[in-house]
Ligand binder design. Structure first.
Ligand code: BYC
Ligand code: FE
Ligand code: FE
Length: 474
């Protein structure tokens, strides 16, 4: 059956005139749709959802709103416009022209990075697939689906690159992206965070705050790439990514606001009383922050990484907003980083800047995470309570890098393994915490109604009222 690709798949890559690419997509698209039906949002595939669709990259077209059924969402392929005479922004070939094709010697490295990036996108959809059953409001349900369809589009973005630039290997990788599944025992997703269950909305908001933000920082690094089609693809993905983090930040803000209302009303910060009142106490929230933040620290790779040094030197993967750094070549420079000293303490080691790229990216991410935390703490203080949410130390609960296997408190103080196990429920969500959060999860779907554990949003989507029927469930 002939498909009009210009119409079916909105794009700015002249898909209608590229027979080879069309054939590859003809093969892949039905598999994607099968995957979406099987592992996409469960129970809502036939409902109309008020969604934003990108139909072009300009200000007018990148956010077209309307009601669509998710399987009919028009997953498109968009690259930011080509920047004329763009040159390489970092590494050994600084200042030379960027690449419009994949250089043979970097082929497998680029493919690996694109596959790793692509793998996270469908993984997150799989992780979130049951959340619709317990949505706190129609507004939140719609936001969940918006995030899900856009992560689907991000998969399309990576699959486009694989199909268009990596030939047969690329096509095989594109197939495999639909075969690995989050949490699947014999074929899991590549990065560990994307195998962890997201079974309630507190975790969903933590995930969109912390994990999507890792996406933002990794995409910023790839947006600097000398492989121009990759850079332009990631630049456009970043415009969508902002909404995902908005969902996370406002979600957590609304939970805190609701809790503060109850704390004020009942004049207490006692978790037992607050749980009886049906809200999420701040120490519980802190333990979820500890869990998701530490899980995301691992996503940056090892602090000292020869992979990162090589991809930087070769101009394949840069640093976020590379322009902010003074030295884009960083050939003979070094910086100091904290390392374990083998005696249960910390020592400062001087390492080549190129080897510490992952560390620099991670530090930029931490700074960005702090912005929301500072806002949350301002809310708490304004309500008259003496409590502050803190990001844990980057040494806490690591599985990758220099601190892997070193046991510390969230503040980063060294403790024995035995003490860590003894105090685990103080640091990380306990079974009690998780069961309590799960017990709050009940579906609320009347337009304008909001579950009791979270405050109403300040405003609706795209100037629509908060009580608009964002998902039509009839
Ligand atoms: N888990 O030198 P190293 C998003 C492996 S999120 C498992 O330390 P490198 C999204 C590594 O592959 C953004 N394995 O690390 C968010 C290597 O293996 P090989 C996703 C890990 O290479 C929410 C070895 O350990 N995008 O978009 O500098 C919703 C030594 O590696 C891990 C990207 O990640 C780990 N955590 O950096 C939806 C960008 N860490 O090669 C979407 C693409 C390391 O020796 N990926 N390893 O077998 C990359 O840039 C890099 O692969 C990493 C690792 C940053 C992940
Ligand atoms: Fe994404
Ligand atoms: Fe995202």
């Amino acid at each position: 059956m002939a498909i009009n690709y210009q119409e079916r798949i909105p794009n700015n890559v002249d898909l209608g005139n590229d027979r080879r690419l069309q054939r590859a997509l003809e093969h892949w698209q039905p598999r994607f749709l099968d995957w979406w039906q099987e592992l996409g949002p469960e129970g809502f595939q036939s409902k109309e959802v008020y969604l934003r669709t990108a139909t072009s990259v300009d200000a007018k077209g990148w956010a077209s709103f309307g009601k669509v059924k998710m399987p009919d969402y028009r997953w498109g392929i968009f690259l930011n416009p080509e920047e004329k005479d763009r040159t390489i922004g970092f590494g050994d070939d600084y200042g030379k022209p960027v690449w419009q094709q994949v250089p043979g010697e970097y082929r497998s490295t680029l493919r690996r990075l694109i596959v790793t990036q692509g793998d996270t996108e469908p993984a997150s959809v799989e992780q979130q697939r049951l959340l619709g059953q317990t949505c706190p409001s129609l507004f939140d349900l719609r936001n969940l689906f918006q995030v899900n369809v856009e992560e689907g589009r991000h998969l399309w973005a990576m699959v486009y690159l694989l199909h268009a630039y990596f030939g047969r290997d690329g096509r095989e990788e594109a197939e495999d992206l639909l075969l690995r599944h989050s949490g699947k025992e014999d074929n899991p997703r590549i990065l560990e965070t994307f195998n962890e269950p997201v079974s309630e909305w507190l975790s969903f908001f933590m995930f969109t705050y912390f994990t999507d933000r890792d996406g933002k920082y990794q995409l910023k690094c790839l947006a600097e790439s000398s492989f121009d089609p990759l850079a332009r693809t990631c630049q456009f993905m970043l415009t969508e990514e902002a909404h995902h983090m908005y969902v996370g930040e406002t979600g957590i803000t609304r939970i805190i606001r609701r809790t503060l209302e109850k704390m004020t009303e009942l004049k207490t910060d006692d978790p037992i009383i607050l749980r009886k009142a049906g809200v999420i106490d701040l120490p519980l929230l802190q333990r979820y922050v500890n869990y998701w933040f530490s899980s995301c620290m691992d996503l940056f790779g090892a602090e000292i990484s020869s992979n990162a040094a090589i991809t930087f030197a070769n101009g394949i993967k840069g640093r976020p907003d590379e322009r902010q750094y003074e030295d884009h070549i960083a050939r003979d420079t070094s910086l100091e980083i904290e390392m374990p000293d083998e005696k249960g303490g910390i020592c400062i080691e001087e390492v080549a800047v190129r080897s510490a790229i992952n560390c620099q990216v991670r530090d930029a991410y931490i700074k960005d995470c702090m912005v929301g935390v500072t806002r949350w703490n301002r809310l708490i203080k304004k309500a008259g309570f003496d409590y502050a949410i803190e990001l844990p130390s980057s040494r806490f609960r690591r599985n990758i890098g220099s601190w892997a296997g070193v046991t510390t408190t969230p503040k980063g103080d060294f403790i024995s393994e035995a003490e860590f196990h003894r105090r685990q429920d103080e640091f990380l969500p306990s079974d009690d915490d998780r069961n309590y959060v799960l017990s709050l999860m009940r579906q609320v779907t009347e337009p304008g109604k909001i579950a009791g554990w979270i405050a109403a949003p300040d405003r609706g989507i795209n100037n629509m009222p908060v009580d608009y029927e964002y998902v039509v469930l009839k």
